[in-house]
Design a binder for this molecule. Structure first.
Ligand code: 6PG
Length: 257
């Protein structure tokens, strides 16, 4: 399956296009299936505007009773902490839409010791989304990702232990360079999804994107290189600043928005 690249003029156009793209995925799924659409949200600052634009949709576009929201990663902080990914999504989206509480599958008590939070998240997702099976991975409909300047994604940071996780859905990851712990989807969990979409904006991301696409394969150094859906579609939603002068990879589908 050829990677799909969308290049938008600016961050606002990117947020609007990414919102419309994701709405179409959800609406088509809800037209054809009663099974809830499972969406893992990215943290950080880039996706916030897109989440806000979801909240501006008319109430009848998405049946939020048939959407399950998860977090691809979370900081090891309480839900109300200023740097909580849950709090960012709550303020941008959850407080504005009628999504049932049971459909919001956030990392349980993320301020507790990270390994306990990761274990609780693992248990929750295996029970709710994988029929309680202890092996394999639930196939989410969509996983949204960002990328850091160090080419990390989710909370899979360079040269950290979580990069070698092969069987867990969610892992605690100590990040020495940030002097912190995170909770993150593992790479195999991300790669089990039907759609995986990087949302990348701003000139500060140009080098990371170029490294992701064109540097030698070195996932320990460039963890975002681990993202390669097993059977699903990989998307890059970019603004022109993030693309910069980076040559496009070979054999991709590109659309200038
Ligand atoms: C997090 C993210 C992380 C983020 C990148 C990009 O919790 O911070 O999940 O992987 O996506 O660091 O962050 P920005 O969008 O803020 O540049």
């Amino acid at each position: 399956m050829r990677d799909q690249i969308r290049v938008c003029n600016d961050p606002e156009t990117l947020a609007a296009h990414a919102r419309d793209w994701l709405v179409q995925l959800i609406v088509l799924h809800q037209r054809d299936s009663q099974v809830p659409f499972t969406l893992a949200l990215a943290g950080g600052s880039t996706p916030k505007r897109m989440y806000e634009l979801f909240a501006e949709l008319p109430n009848d576009v998405i049946d939020w009773k048939r959407v399950i929201l998860l977090w691809g990663d979370e900081r090891n902080v309480p839900y109300d902490a200023s740097d909580s990914n849950y709090r960012m999504v709550k303020e941008a989206l959850l407080d504005q839409v009628a999504i049932p509480a049971e459909n919001i599958m956030a990392v349980p008590d993320p301020g507790q010791p990270a390994e306990k939070a990761a274990d609780a998240y693992e248990l929750l997702l295996r029970e709710k989304l994988h029929s309680g099976k202890s092996r394999g991975f639930p196939k989410l409909n969509c996983v949204l990702l960002g990328i850091g300047n160090d080419v990390h994604t989710a909370s899979l940071f360079p040269d950290t232990l979580a990069l070698s996780e092969k069987s867990r859905i969610a892992v605690a990851n100590q990040v020495p360079k940030l002097d912190t712990w995170r909770i993150s989807f593992s790479a195999p969990m991300i790669n089990s999804a039907q759609n995986v979409a990087f949302l990348i904006a701003g000139e500060t991301k140009e080098e990371a994107l170029s490294t992701l696409w064109h540097a030698e394969q070195n996932p320990n150094l460039y963890p975002a290189q681990m993202v390669r859906p097993n059977e699903g579609q990989l998307w890059f939603m970019l603004d022109k600043a993030a693309l910069g002068s980076t040559p496009l990879p070979k054999s991709v589908m590109v659309q200038m928005i």
